[in-house]
Design a protein around this ligand. Structure first.
Ligand SMILES: Nc1nc2c(c(=O)[nH]1)N[C@H]1C(S)=C(S)[C@@H](COP(=O)(O)OP(=O)(O)OC[C@H]3O[C@@H](n4cnc5c(=O)[nH]c(N)nc54)[C@H](O)[C@@H]3O)O[C@H]1N2
Ligand SMILES: Nc1nc2c(c(=O)[nH]1)N[C@H]1C(S)=C(S)[C@@H](COP(=O)(O)OP(=O)(O)OC[C@H]3O[C@@H](n4cnc5c(=O)[nH]c(N)nc54)[C@H](O)[C@@H]3O)O[C@H]1N2
Ligand code: SF4
Ligand SMILES: [Mo]
Length: 759
């Protein structure tokens, strides 16, 4: 079907520093700079090491030297992989660094500066009221940690981030659950929890039901709320190949991300790298938080165009009548007013979906990080079911996950919503029933800590302080916990600002390519990879593996119950336990002999049979969101309306950062020169007499940031974009109630230049 060529972002809606394409030559330049630098040989050694990429969940690398994906395709490493490795192969933090740099000074560091301090290579403690960290020995660490985790089970907790291994994740949850605690907060609570909640309810599974092999057979991809050109670059190759075979890509994003319009991929040096490949066939720019309205619109158009797969709905789904009825009964005016996309654009999208042979629906944080994130996912999956674009090769739903092993942490049971099968297997292992209380997910953990209900916390990676909304609240809350133990490879702002009341211990750990034992991780495509043993470049360092620390601590706390913890330092035994406990992981039992990496069984759905009690997919209606913004008075401001602008702020990632870790201050593809910019539409800026590069104050419901530079961008009017973690100081958490995920993508803010009259 012919569709109008997409207009390129025109001059008035972007800025002169925005390049013509995403990816492209800068990527190669970065590769060259890094690989030819003094650290080059070390970098290559790591790239060739047999271990999964550290960075994102797309999960390339692994077999035959780290460059091959599960389909056997070569050259599957992007520059994000290089960026992540470069940070890990930094020299160590100097031996006497903490003696001469008090905490007050460390708290002033930016995220980039904290990361540049180097690799952590000896354990340190900050004792109550001390003004600095000091070195600590292992005996004292275990003594403090043992006393801390002997506290009542409801008062101990963990937080984790998806960089560690399946083995470490399994041990962490086994230790906490044996102690009687279900307080297993995880970064996925801030991320894809709405996806797991919705997919579990609809399909009885928590992860993508599409394999890479299946994606390769699609002829249409819908990519909603995902800036994959930045965050999952190798997914872009699949989109380029799909366009080459005549397929269509529908992008849904309030920001016209240049890399989703056109992307130059180094994997295709001649045809793509310099000219760039067209990605979006159709680019829809909805109002932030309105995707439910847009997807119901697509459903309505599918009905009107006769593209409903009635036979599929009747045979394989439940609840479809109400979903169709909702789409029929809502009128076009209401739907288009809700999402801000025209009826004709919505109809074009529906026609592409309805006439395609196979559609894969992918999404990320633009969909989940809203107060109605679960409904957003429901509405996407409803659209797939209504059009029959699911449950066969080339069609289905695919959350595009975050950290490189965040999905593995969930599979291993690091979640407050434990699967019944895992619970039963753990009960067998423990020889008793597990009557676990509700458990704190990440937001509940912060609230419980603020209410003085948490004594001890162990953080396996991550940056709990930096990742949460309302940084001042996070700092206060963590400050009420008695003991916090951070396991980390590199320092971050959370270690210096997330100080416990009595003991804050930072334990330096080996990363994925340095461990003395093999480990495994799971990609967002449900593929399990094996990481070989390795060595650290750090000389005379006092590092430990996550597995060793967790098993030693568990041994101190639990002796040999329910397992010989110390024996599990040989990770082959952990894999045997995983094979017996975790559904779909049976093949891990043989991986040490066969080295065969595998797709987890029961996850990929290519037949219309689902893991729900009835075997049918369960559909839910999705209420339209109400998307009003507060008045200036609600921010305590009572000035002339021409001086202030209330916007829906999306907060997320720049090109050169990995979550709270910033690698480079600018974002070259959005033309944002530093971290303290707000990307906004020219029309909005001019409403209050602003010009590009003016400085403004951006205020949320918790605090404000002054001196923020206005940058014009292809953001739809009424919306704007800023970078986290810096922006997390200004807003409080409003969360999606079913999953606990904060609404990071629709933060009401007020923008102004002058000193204002307050209400
Ligand atoms: N290089 C790199 N890779 C990463 C990460 C990283 O920080 N750096 N982080 C990893 C992690 S943990 C995650 S979760 C993923 C994140 O990957 P993404 O989800 O791609 O990243 P974000 O920057 O959070 O935002 C995604 C997009 O959502 C759009 N958006 C905002 N609001 C809405 C909305 O209401 N509707 C729609 N349709 N779109 C909206 C934004 O404009 C933005 O383009 O990436 C992973 N990979
Ligand atoms: N405003 C706003 N806030 C957000 C988001 C947003 O889009 N907007 N996104 C949210 C999302 S999707 C996520 S996932 C969270 C991310 O939240 P987290 O996962 O908590 O944060 P990261 O920045 O990924 O954590 C980085 C730290 O992990 C440690 N680390 C790295 N590798 C390893 C390892 O192998 N082992 C161990 N033990 N430690 C390691 C390093 O010390 C590094 O500093 O942030 C959330 N916060
Ligand atoms: S796409 Fe993700 S997993 Fe693949 S090389 Fe890039 S950062 Fe690594
Ligand atoms: Mo994430």
């Amino acid at each position: 079907m012919a569709i109008d060529p997409q207009p390129q972002p025109s001059a008035h809606e972007t800025n002169q520093d925005t390049p013509e394409i995403g990816g492209g030559l800068p990527v190669i330049k970065y590769w060259a700079e890094q690989t030819l630098s003094p650290a080059g040989p070390k970098l290559w050694k790591t790239l060739l090491h047999h271990s999964a990429c550290l960075s994102c969940s797309w999960g390339t690398g692994g077999q035959k030297g780290g460059f091959t994906n599960e389909e056997g395709e070569k050259l599957q490493r992007c520059m994000k992989s290089v960026e992540a490795i470069s940070a890990e192969i930094q020299p160590p933090v100097p031996a006497h660094f903490f003696d001469t740099h008090p905490i007050a000074e460390l708290q002033q560091l930016s995220s980039l500066e904290a990361d540049r301090l180097g690799r952590l290579s000896f354990p340190v403690i900050r004792r109550a009221k001390s003004d600095r960290f000091e070195r600590i020995g292992w005996d004292e660490i275990y003594a403090i940690a043992t006393a801390a985790f002997q506290k009542p089970p409801q008062r101990i907790a963990s937080y984790s981030s998806g960089r560690g291994s399946n083995e470490a994740a399994f041990l962490l949850q086994l230790m906490l659950r044996t102690l009687g605690s279900n307080n297993l907060a995880d970064c996925s609570d801030l991320c894809h929890a709405p996806s797991t909640t919705a997919l579990q309810a609809m399909f009885g599974t928590k992860t993508s039901i599409v394999s890479l092999e299946s994606l390769k057979q699609a002829d249409c991809v819908v990519l909603a709320g995902a800036n994959s050109a930045y965050n999952h670059p190798r997914l872009m190759n699949e989109l380029i190949k799909l366009r080459d075979r005549g397929g269509k890509v529908i992008v849904i994003n309030p920001v016209k991300e240049i890399g989703l319009v056109k992307f130059g991929s180094p994997a295709f040096p001649v045809k793509s790298l310099i000219p760039g490949s067209e990605i979006a066939s159709l680019y829809l720019q909805p109002i932030p938080g309105s995707d439910v309205g847009l997807f119901i619109g697509i459903q309505k158009a599918l009905i009107e165009q006769g593209h409903v797969d009635q036979a599929f709905l009747q045979a394989h789904t439940e609840g479809w009548e109400a979903v169709l009825e909702q789409a029929r009964s809502l009128d076009w005016e209401t739907l288009t007013a809700t999402c801000g996309v025209s009826q004709s654009e919505i109809e074009t999208a529906a026609r592409l979906i309805g006439t395609a042979k196979g559609v894969v629906f992918g999404w990320a944080m633009g969909i989940t990080q809203h107060t109605n994130g679960v409904d957003n996912v429901y509405s996407i999956a409803n659209t797939a079911l209504i059009s029959g674009q699911i449950a066969r090769m080339g069609a289905g739903v695919m959350p595009v996950r975050g950290h490189s092993n965040v999905q593995g942490f969930g599979s291993m049971g690091v979640t407050v919503k434990l699967k019944e099968e895992i619970k039963q297997a753990l009960e067998q292992l423990l020889g008793r029933s597990l009557n676990l209380p509700k458990g704190y997910h990440t937001r509940d953990l912060i609230e419980a800590a603020a209410a003085d209900q948490v004594d001890s916390l162990i953080c396996v990676g991550g940056n709990l302080y930096g990742a949460n909304p309302d940084s001042a609240q996070a700092k206060r809350a963590l400050g009420k916990i008695d003991t916090i133990i951070y396991l980390a490879t590199k320092p971050n702002i959370g270690h210096f600002n997330g100080l416990a009341a009595t003991n804050t211990i930072i334990i330096p750990v080996l990363n994925r390519f340095e461990n003395p034992h093999k480990t495994t991780v799971e990609s967002g495509n449900n593929f399990v990879r094996l990481n070989d043993e390795g060595q650290t470049h750090l000389k005379n360092a006092d590092l430990i593996s996550e597995v060793e620390f967790l098993t030693e601590l568990a041994h101190c706390l639990l002796g040999d119950y329910p397992v010989e913890w110390r024996q599990l330092q040989d990770t082959r035994y952990v894999r045997q336990l995983i094979a017996k406990t975790i559904p779909g992981y049976e093949k891990i039992a043989a991986i040490d002999q066969t080295k065969e990496e595998f797709t987890i069984s029961g996850r990929i759905v290519t037949e219309p049979h689902f893991k729900t009690p009835s075997g049918k997919a369960v559909m839910f209606t999705t209420p339209l969101p109400s998307l009003t913004l507060p008045t200036p008075q609600a921010f305590g401001i009572d000035d002339h309306p021409s001086n202030t602008l209330v916007l829906a702020l999306m907060t997320g990632r720049s090109y050169s950062q990995h979550n709270t870790v910033v690698y480079k201050i600018g974002d070259q593809y959005r033309g944002m020169p530093h971290r303290h910019c707000i990307l906004m539409n020219r029309i909005d800026a001019e409403k209050i007499g602003l010009s590009e590069h003016d400085r403004v104050t951006v205020q949320g419901d918790a605090d404000k940031l002054d001196n923020i530079e206005v940058i014009y961008g292809a953001v739809r009017a009424g919306a704007a974009l800023m970078f986290y973690p810096e922006v997390n100081v200004i807003f409080k958490a409003r969360t999606e109630t079913r999953s606990g995920t904060p609404a990071y993508k629709r933060v009401p803010v007020i923008v102004y230049r002058k000193r204002l009259k307050t209400a």
